[in-house]
Write a protein that binds this ligand. Structure first.
Ligand code: KG4
Ligand code: ZN
Length: 333
């Protein structure tokens, strides 16, 4: 079964052709990073307008690279939320129109389920049950993946998402958007023990997260010592990154232990962070937990993960899951 996945929830216009929910024949991502950079973050209206311009060329390129035609597509899968409303509408209209024109079905996909299932494109992907940690620009949540379509929220951030913390800290340091990638790069030359930043809720017996204290602490540091440069900047980046990676991995290990899960899958843009990946593998090794992470380009937003989740949704014969609701920190099963 060939699925065309379309993703336009934020600042990436993406499309991909995936065979049988496991094999990406193409995966095209047109990023708007340069467009939003001068504003220091994503401007929703600019994002929507750019999706309108990019979406058809991106879909055409995805079909071309997969060496298939529109008529070969068996199912259209489109991100239906959560995300920027105007941006989502662009992809949804295109998905629905292509389905109408070809007489094929279309399914709406929950963006978070897409992140959770991106690992399916890896040959060595674990089968459920496993623990999925979604760490992206908008979400930081731990889910027990009991089966495809059956997810239990075990913990979530009470304030900022991990990616948001990276981006806000980068902004304080005068680094370009998106900050996570810049901090990851600069941290490589820094000392992670240079500054001891707070680990939100670390000592609490909960699987929830909090990153607002870290952000304030970095702000205080910058106000006291001025904006760092050179080695001091690298040290600050490494220290802030260490605080985030430390608390994310500690909570993931706690959630895995409490839920009796022996496999952890890292998902979402922040799962591309090198320190987070290394530390998760190190701590997983100590705790007897097998750690998986998709290749970095499948961690950030892409169309292939939407095609995978769409395939699973269609196979189950159900609509998108209530993950958007579950991801709300106020929501509890
Ligand atoms: O999943 P994603 O592409 O979009 C959302 O669904 O939010 O995640 C984007 C987030 C941004 O906050 C970005 O700074 C962060 O992922 N990110 C990283 C890295 N690459 C992307 N954070 C830390 N280290 C990275 N290497
Ligand atoms: Zn995302």
């Amino acid at each position: 079964m060939l699925v065309l996945g379309i993703e336009t929830s934020c600042d990436e216009t993406a499309a991909a052709v995936v065979r049988d929910g496991r094999e990406a024949l193409s995966d095209v991502v047109s990023t708007q990073i340069e467009l939003h950079r001068r504003w220091g973050g994503v401007v929703p209206e600019l994002a929507s307008r750019n999706h309108v311009l990019q979406v058809m060329p991106v879909v055409d390129e995805a079909l071309e690279r997969a060496r298939v035609s529109l008529e070969d597509v068996d199912l259209f899968a489109v991100t239906s939320g959560p995300g920027l409303v105007g941006a989502l509408l662009v992809g949804l209209q295109v998905g629905k129109s292509l389905a109408f024109a070809t007489g094929r079905p279309v399914v709406g996909v929950n963006h978070l389920e897409g992140h959770l299932l991106a690992i399916r494109l890896d040959e060595r992907a674990p089968e459920p049950p496993f623990l999925g940690m979604i760490v992206s620009g908008g979400h930081t949540s731990l889910y027990a993946v009991d089966d495809y379509g059956t997810y239990r929220l075990l913990g979530a951030t009470l304030d900022d998402a991990a990616g948001e913390a990276f981006d806000k800290i980068a902004k304080l340091l005068g680094l370009p958007y998106p900050g996570g990638v810049e901090i990851d790069r600069l941290a490589r030359g820094g000392d992670p023990a240079a500054i001891r930043f707070p680990r939100g809720l670390a000592r609490r017996a909960t699987c929830d997260f909090s990153f607002s204290g870290l952000k304030t602490s970095v702000l205080n540091h910058v106000q006291r010592h001025g904006r760092p440069e050179g080695q001091a900047l690298a040290d600050l980046c490494a220290s802030a990154q260490e605080a985030i990676a430390d608390v994310l991995t500690a909570k993931a290990m706690r959630a895995a232990r409490e839920a009796g899960l022996s496999r952890l899958v890292l998902c979402g843009g922040v799962a591309a962070n090198s320190r987070l990946r290394d530390l998760a593998i190190e701590r997983g090794g100590e705790a007897g937990i097998e750690v998986h992470a998709p290749p970095k380009r499948l961690c950030t937003d892409n169309g292939a993960m939407i095609a995978v989740a769409g395939y699973e949704t269609f196979r189950r014969g159900r609509g998108p899951t209530g993950l958007a609701l579950n991801a709300d920190p106020a929501w509890r099963p």
